[in-house]
Design a protein around this ligand. Structure first.
Ligand code: ARG
Ligand code: ZN
Length: 919
């Protein structure tokens, strides 16, 4: 990293490399801070205790050399007022150097005390990184990854662990009665001897931590409180969840989830909470989901507020998962943290894995696995196939914020899951125990996690470590044969990946089913694929079998038949009916539907929808798909409603896009149309059964709203039926019936899940054959808005649903919504709802004339100066242009990226995505 001032004016973004890591010479080992919060100006004073880095080895420190103390600071956010060292005021030039990103104190002695005074303006901080103002108004912080340098000058890197011993906050008492920071409250009171109405609080966190885990909050907040006694220690922990007072009645589900998380981590990993206080604060304006600051989590309201009137079942599930996620970080992230940001997956991959296991245990493991894999395929596989492809431990970054990705998080979680598959649940626990025993209280690398797993289980994981450096989705091909003479079943697997260190170690879980009886001949067994091509032989197999491969999705790969052979659909149909592995049973239904959708797409004969295409209806694939569909729909014995619902749901646009094999010629509208046609064909064929199932689920409805798996599954299945039924909408009569059904669904809804589902169906009704439908649609859109009654999270849904509607004039609608008085680019949730929603709308975003791309580019130009983190995230919608035919869409998308690259000034975040997108 350069420490000179010469590139200030040109401001060329610097790329940081993983292999350049160097430990600090001098660190801050302890810090006290004072925040004097006033409208329009906050003064921050810091006292930092400087020490020779205790982690340095003897010969890393030359006692005669000059050791400068390098403090990070972002001049766009902070103004330096004064620096003193051991009581002496320092002079710029003589004693310190200052540039746009650094304050360098020249050769301070180890043991010295450095004080700084800076001013910041949280009210102007639209980037929502550092200290900023959210609605309320309230003040809050977001310091990960590099927000602390927007608050004060500091070694803002995770390997500088310091005790934040005394954090004093002072603010106006009436407007900001609640003052919070990490750790324990030491003291609070009114400020005397100054002007009236000010008060203060002093906080102290005994656990050394990196600056990214620092947090403060000041505001007028409502809360709910509870307590939890840890086991076996018996520590009584006070639990508080704060929000805007008007939302405090929506905090109970989060509190229950928190207590469940605390239980789960004790039971599953023997991990207890370590402070007497656990605070969570919900804020309206937040760039990401939530943040695990020690003892003071800050949450996006979308991931903590939940009640039946405003939250859907998926919202409830997300609240539980994210509350768990941030809680689990207390050990995997806070007690043991990352040495540098390239190691981010050390805490994020591991913590996502832990939250997935938690959700699976709380609800249904099979459902959670299906949802996890759907998400991985739709977003992570897509990332791996594009210009932002990176390994879970990246090699370089310009803006670290760009690497909080599906790859680091979700593929990272898959890598952790593979450890567990390889060493077993008990072996994994042993590895975790050893990891904490060795590294509690320190900042480490992914290699150290691997060593703990390997040493605790006496297993060689050196080849497995290649996963950390390999970008892209590996492909494994399979081929199998059976000989009744030798009673031998043989499986040949061949892997290819972007690994530069030789083949990967890939765990492939398989099972074998008797070809006629369906009986399990071989129960789930893990094969270690370590070579490029490997032959696995199974003796004493006395009858021919159907293999169930990659059970539970045991590795984040694409599994395909060898030599371009097409999949054995007969075998898939068999597995869809009888696989003993729940995940693979579902997977088989998806593979069959995918094959059917691609056939329809390649035929591109629209007549399918009207039940008119003989070739289609006599095809084997259709027969398999509709048999599986009917069996699921007619399965009144199972209470596993979510599993049934997922089996009836066609693969998403996102996963279809990733499965397509045409290289640079993906036609998003053709995929969308083909998927829609298959959906309509199924709906017509099973119209009566769908309606019957819908009605019976209506009758079975809970009297009282519940969020247990059965109730959630029942609503999901009923809403899947509704969507199929509403897709039958060609003739005037059909359109009228569909609209009436959806309208009735809305009017009788007793929870947000059902309202959203009805509105989703109605929002895409264009009334092409029945004009009255448009009135129904617009009436419900208006009613939803009014019933939202200003609730921000409900309005987000209102914007998102309309942005994703399948209507011919969608772009004009989205442009009009952007001018709506409730729309603002300053709130990330609102922005993602409308603009993010639109980028996920194939018909709108990918309109053949390129106007969708143009619109998104113009929004990004407006957004980038306001919030770079959100603009760069949304810009990734444009970087996939190589997937599309260059003469039609590719060129149009690339043009908009080129326009964006000319933006001056451009944020580092957006610059990095756009320039990667153009290369
Ligand atoms: N550590 C947080 C979590 O995963 C995410 C914070 C991301 N912040 C950011 N600016 N990228 O729980
Ligand atoms: Zn996390």
């Amino acid at each position: 990293m350069s420490t000179t001032t010469d590139d200030v004016d040109t401001k060329k973004p610097t790329e940081i490399f993983r292999l350049d890591y160097k430990p600090l010479d001098l660190i801050v080992s302890k810090i006290n801070m004072d925040f004097n919060i006033r409208d329009g100006k906050t003064i921050v004073e810091s006292e930092m205790f400087i020490e020779k880095n205790p982690k340095l080895l003897e010969n890393d420190w030359d006692p005669n050399a000059i050791h400068d103390l390098v403090l990070d600071g972002d001049e766009t956010s902070i103004t330096l007022l004064e620096v003193t060292l051991d009581g002496k005021v320092l002079k710029e030039g003589d004693d310190y150097a200052l540039d746009s990103t650094k304050l360098i104190i020249k050769n301070p002695p180890s043991g010295s005390l450095l004080k700084t005074r800076v001013s910041i303006v949280p009210e102007d901080n639209t980037q929502l990184s550092g200290l900023y103002q959210s609605s309320g108004p309230m003040y809050c912080t977001q310091c990960e990854a590099m927000g602390f340098r927007r608050i004060t000058y500091y070694p803002d890197r995770p390997d500088n662990m310091a005790v934040f011993e005394r954090i004093r906050l002072e603010a106006d008492k009436e407007n900001y009665p609640i003052l919070l920071s990490n750790g324990n409250l030491l003291e609070e009171g009114d400020v005397v001897d100054t002007e009236d109405g000010r008060h203060y609080a002093i906080w102290s966190d005994p656990y050394p931590k990196p600056s990214y885990l620092f947090a403060i909050v000041a505001g007028k907040l409502g809360k709910i409180s509870d307590s939890y006694t840890t086991s076996p220690s018996g520590r009584k922990v006070d639990l508080n969840i704060y929000s805007d007072p008007k939302d405090a009645h929506k905090l109970q589900y989060a509190m229950t989830s928190l207590k469940n998380s605390m239980d789960w981590d004790q039971t599953r990993y023997g991990l207890e909470y370590d402070l007497d206080l656990y605070n969570i604060v919900a804020v309206d304006s937040f760039n990401m989901g939530a943040m695990e600051n020690k003892g003071l989590n800050v949450f996006n309201t979308a991931y903590v507020l939940a009640d039946p009137e405003t939250a859907t079942d998926s919202d409830y599930e997300r609240v539980e998962a994210v509350i768990g996620h941030e809680y689990f970080h207390n050990w995997t992230g806070n007690r043991v943290t990352c040495r540098d940001w390239f190691q981010l997956t050390l805490k994020e991959g591991l913590t996502v894995f832990r939250d997935q296991e938690f959700s699976g245990d709380m609800n249904s493991a099979a459902v959670k696995r299906i949802e996890g894999v759907q998400m991985l395929r739709a977003s992570q596989f897509a990332q791996d196939a594009g210009p932002m492809s990176h390994s879970i431990r990246p090699n370089s970054y310009i803006s670290m914020d760009n690497f909080y990705t599906a790859t680091v998080y979700n593929k990272g979680a898959e890598i952790i899951r593979m450890y567990q598959t390889l060493v077993g649940v008990d072996g994994f626990r042993k590895g975790m125990d050893l990891y904490f025993e060795r590294h509690d209280g320190s900042a480490v690398t992914c290699d150290e996690f691997l060593s703990a797993m390997s040493d605790a289980n006496n297993i060689d994981l050196s080849q497995f470590s290649n996963w950390y450096s390999t970008p892209g989705t590996p492909i494994v091909t399979y081929e199998h044969s059976y000989s009744s003479d030798t009673k031998k079943w043989t499986l040949t697997l061949t892997q290819s990946s972007e690994s530069t260190l030789g083949p990967l170690h890939i765990p492939i879980s398989i099972g074998l089913l008797d070809k006629t009886s369906g009986e399990e001949v071989l129960s789930t067994t893990v094969l270690n694929l370590k070579e490029e091509t490997q032959v696995f032989e199974f003796d004493d197999i006395d009858r021919d079998v159907i293999p169930s491969l990659l059970r539970g999705f045991s590795a984040p790969i694409k599994l395909i038949p060898a030599d371009g052979a097409s999949v054995d659909e007969k075998a898939l149909a068999y597995l869809a009916a009888r696989d003993t592995d729940g995940f693979n049973k579902w997977e088989s239904t998806q593979a069959l539907s995918t094959s059917l959708i691609f056939q329809v797409m390649n035929d591109s004969d629209d007549s399918v929808e009207l039940l008119g295409d003989d070739a289609f209806y006599s095809s084997k694939t259709w027969t398999y798909v509709q048999e599986a569909f009917e069996r699921t729909l007619e399965n009144y014995d199972s209470n596993d409603y979510s599993i049934l619902a997922y089996a009836l749901t066609l693969p998403s646009q996102g996963s279809l896009t990733e499965l397509i094999d045409t290289g640079d010629d993906v036609d998003p509208i053709a995929i969308h149309t083909a998927r829609g046609n298959v959906k309509k064909s199924l709906a017509r064929k099973f119209q009566i059964q769908l309606k019957k199932r819908y009605d019976s689920l209506t009758d079975d409805g809970d009297v009282e709203f519940k969020v247990d798996s059965t109730s959630i599954g029942r609503r999901l299945l009923r809403n899947v039926c509704l969507q199929y039924l509403c897709s039958i909408s060609t003739t005037e009569e059909e359109q009228t019936i569909a609209a009436a059904l959806a309208k009735n669904h809305y009017e009788t809804a007793t929870c947000m899940t059902d309202k959203v589902s009805a509105l989703n169906c109605l929002a895409s009704m264009d009334g092409s054959a029945a004009a009255s439908v448009v009135n129904d649609r617009d009436e419900i859109i208006q009613r939803f808005y009014e019933e939202a009654n200003g609730d921000a999270l409900v309005l987000d849904k209102w914007f998102a649903i309309q942005a994703m509607a399948d209507l011919p004039d969608i772009l004009d609608r989205v442009k009009a919504l952007k001018e709506h008085p409730d729309f603002t680019l300053k709130n990330p949730n609102r922005c993602r709802s409308l603009i993010g929603g639109f980028t996920a709308n194939p018909g709108g975003f990918h309109a053949a004339n390129g106007d969708g791309y143009k619109f998104v580019r113009s929004v990004l130009e407006e957004l980038d100066p306001i919030n770079a983190s959100v603009s760069s995230r949304l810009s990734s919608s444009l970087i996939t242009w190589k997937k599309y035919n260059f003469e039609s869409r590719g060129k149009l998308m690339k043009n908009e990226l080129e326009e964006l690259s000319k933006l001056t000034p451009i944020s580092d975040d957006l610059f990095e995505i756009v320039s990667k997108g153009l290369n």
